[in-house]
Ligand binder design. Structure first.
Ligand SMILES: Cc1cc2nc3c(=O)[nH]c(=O)nc-3n(C[C@H](O)[C@H](O)[C@H](O)COP(=O)(O)O)c2cc1C
Length: 731
């Protein structure tokens, strides 16, 4: 929720100020070159911090008897004014050690004057100054809200500078450059705001000037200025201006305007006549001017120019992100009340809407009534028969803003009739809690009395069109609705098909029984247990997917023969030596874990297929347990030999079988409930639980696992799901 409060504030502030901000940034970049262009002039003298007034003033007075003022500017150029020996006006840069003239000031650049006026007041005087001051203040708020957004995105201040995951160019560099230029932009905004407040008198900075008691002025002892104590103690680097006495009258004195105070000095005795410190507000104004203009330091001036350039980039990239989000807005043709298909979306940045809209469009093209809305708008959908939930995950595995109220709404609104549902999680493996919110949504849906799962939860990493296409193909198959998603990237048959030769097939006596079929792939085909084999039985768009067990170097499938089943009948008709065209679909989320301390494999029926391969690939003393469910011993007999061999070779630690039609008539869930402590220990010690089989088995087992996790580990199962400790591939 909070992510969006900061986001909306950030956006609202940016929208309300971007024109002035762009203008101030462009002029700011130009103005940063003013100090740079001045600093390259050859009037700078070093050693100002070592040159005392006692040393330099007598030299200058002797050489320029008509000198009236000396100034040390922000570039550390020393300039004198007065009149020369012929009484003509003198204004020159000098070397304070020798008094030598280094050059003469040229008139100020009209261009920089023009840009300065535009930068300060937009040529509309006080109104312009006010608008620019307001813009500086808004920039301050934008910087603060932007910082909060980065802290939330990075999940804490400590991780502020951690790696950023690249979602797209605009988003990535908005954050990267935002972090890098945070301090300079904050300083630009703060100093600009301060200067405006000071300009409008909201920060009082009274002019002070030293009061001299003329009655107390002495005319002896007469001293040489080179011996004045105060002149010996003050260096040129501390000086802003020195006003020289107008005449030799004792009542005319030196006025030294220093960085922090003003001092008047008797020109005959060297006594201090008065001394007054500047108010803090005036000093702060000077400091803010230095910081805002970069006039004292060339490197800082360059940093300011780069930071101003970044502000322009933020305006562009911020709008690019906003337009991207808005481009995916919802356009419904049917109402929620009349629609049969409901697509619920949880999205923060809008990309998930793009996927949802593609499906929505296809359903409408197929003549279906479909309605897309945000998860927060969940309510009773009187005519719905199918729900598709597409949910992204944010922050610490949290819901996006438009899904934050979903859990509450789901509890509140019970659907009056059964509805099939399928959850697609959008996330990124770059974050620790991969698709956590989608797993939570899936579990919540599964618990509803009215809900019927169409497919197991499907995840899409980094908006992968391919992974989304896989879900779309499976869903389309289940729903019997052809989805032709426009983008080529979303089509399921992207890769060329390969030839696979049947090398072995077992026989069945009746439909409803299962058989094993093994294929030889060519040497270059890369696959592993848990991947899927996509076959095209009718050589058309209809695709059937089977879980692969890699046994030896072959692909082994376990298939239940369905009467009239497109895929199973096609496979059963094949004989040794038959060649089919198919393709391997990588299914990374269901590969045997590389680093798990121990693995519990849970299956029912033909779901054992990938586990047969995974077990076959283990080395002796592997820490794997298999819990599997079958109808009866006869159904298990198909796999018995392979499993017995694995037990003997210690590739499998232990085997637990539940027969649903024989003996104690158990389900695999009952076996797990009996080993509850072991299950909890496995998860607590970084072990992994893998499930393959029917969706109804999955729902029951997940519900049990959730209870175990909550009771014994104090966490929801979604925590372990999002940490890849519970892997599922059910159908
Ligand atoms: C700030 C931020 C935090 C994210 N946090 C997670 C996360 O915890 N888990 C995850 O799987 N994906 C995370 N993601 C990835 C998004 O969920 C993913 O990119 C999704 O496709 C974005 O969808 P949307 O554009 O509809 O919001 C995060 C992305 C961002 C930008």
């Amino acid at each position: 929720m909070t992510i969006s409060i900061w986001r909306y504030s950030h956006l609202a502030l940016a929208v309300s100020s971007f024109i002035f901000l762009a203008l101030a940034s462009i002029t700011g970049i130009i103005l940063a070159f003013q100090p740079l262009s001045e600093k390259v002039l050859p009037y700078r003298t070093d050693n100002l911090s070592e040159t005392t007034l006692a040393r330099t003033l007598p030299v200058l007075r002797k050489q320029y008897p008509g000198i009236s003022e000396l100034t040390v500017d922000k570039n550390q150029f020393v300039q004198i004014r007065g009149s020369d020996a012929e009484g003509k006006k003198l204004q020159a840069y000098i070397d304070p050690q020798t008094g030598k003239i280094l050059g003469y000031p040229s008139p100020k650049s009209e261009f920089f004057e023009w840009v300065t006026a535009l930068h300060r007041s937009l040529f509309i005087h006080e109104t312009g100054r006010f608008l620019i001051g307001l813009t500086a203040f808004l920039l301050l708020l934008i910087t603060v809200s932007g910082t909060m957004l980065i802290i939330q995105r990075q999940r804490g201040l400590k991780r502020f500078f951690n790696r950023i995951i690249k979602e797209n160019f605009a988003q990535y560099y908005h954050v990267i450059l935002g972090r890098l230029s945070l301090i300079p932009i904050l300083i630009i905004a703060l100093s600009g705001t301060y200067l405006s407040l000071a300009r409008f008198g909201l920060i009082a900075s009274p002019k002070v000037s030293a009061e001299v008691d003329f009655d107390a002025i002495k005319s002896e002892p007469v001293k040489n200025p080179a011996d004045f104590e105060i002149f010996k103690n003050i260096k040129l680097s501390e000086v802003q201006t020195i006003e020289f006495p107008f005449s030799e009258d004792p009542e005319d004195y030196y006025t030294l305007k220093l960085a922090n105070r003003e001092v008047t000095v008797n020109q005959i005795t060297g006594d201090i006549l008065s001394e007054i410190n500047y108010p803090t507000a005036s000093m702060l104004t000077e400091l803010n001017l230095d910081l805002h203009t970069g006039r004292t330091n060339a490197v800082w001036a360059i940093i300011l120019a780069v930071a101003s350039g970044n502000i322009l980039f933020f305006i562009y990239s911020g709008f690019a992100m906003t337009f991207r989000r808005r481009a995916n807005r919802i356009q419904n043709k049917y109402t929620a009340e009349e629609s049969e298909f409901i697509i619920l979306v949880g999205s923060e940045n809008g990309s998930t809407f793009g996927f949802a809209n593609a499906i929505h469009k296809q359903l409408i093209t197929n003549g279906k009534s479909a309605f897309v809305t945000e998860l927060n708008n969940y309510r009773v959908f009187p005519k719905a028969s199918n729900m598709i939930i597409m949910a992204a995950t944010y922050g610490l595995g949290n819901p996006p803003t438009n899904a934050a109220r979903f859990a509450m709404q789901l509890e509140k609104h019970k659907q009056p009739h059964p509805i099939r549902f399928s959850v697609v999680g959008f996330g990124s493996h770059g974050y620790p809690d991969f698709c956590k919110f989608a797993f939570e949504v899936d579990n919540l849906f599964a618990k509803q009395e009215w809900s019927i799962p169409t497919l197991e939860i499907h995840t899409v990493n980094d908006k992968s069109p391919d992974e989304f296409g896989q879900w779309a193909a499976s869903w389309s198959q289940q729903a019997g609705i052809a989805l032709e998603i426009a983008s080529d990237a979303l089509t399921t048959r992207q890769e060329p098909l390969q030839d696979f030769t049947v090398i072995h097939k077992t026989e069945v006596t009746d439909a409803g029984e299962s058989f094993l079929i093994s294929f030889q792939a060519n040497d270059l085909t890369d696959f592993t247990s848990g991947d899927l084999l996509a076959i095209y039985p009718a050589n058309d768009h209809r695709e059937r997917l089977y879980s692969i067990g890699k046994v030896g170097n072959n692909i082994q499938l376990s298939v239940k023969l369905h009467e009239g089943g497109l895929g199973s009948e096609y496979l059963y008709r094949l004989n040794s030596g038959s060649v089919i065209s198919a393709r391997i679909v990588g299914n990374e989320h269901f590969h045997f874990p590389e680093k798990a301390t121990s693995v519990i494999m849970i299956s029912n029926g033909t779901g054992i297929a990938p586990f047969l391969g995974m077990i076959d690939e283990q080395s002796p003393d592997a820490n794997c347990r298999l819990y599997c469910g079958f109808r009866d011993q006869a159904s298990f007999s198909l796999y018995k030999n392979a499993i017995d061999k694995s037990l003997e070779g210690k590739k499998l630690n232990s085997l637990h079988i539940a027969y649903s039609r024989e003996g104690e008539r158990q389900y695999v869930r009952d076996l797990l409930a009996a080993d509850e402590a072991f299950v909890a220990d496995t998860l607590a010690n970084d072990g992994v639980i893998m499930l393959c089989g029917s969706l109804s088995m999955q729902n029951k087992v997940v519900a049990l696992l959730d209870d175990i996790c909550q009771a014994r580990l104090g966490k929801d199962i979604s925590y372990y799901q999002s940490h890849s400790q519970v892997l599922m591939d059910c159908y």
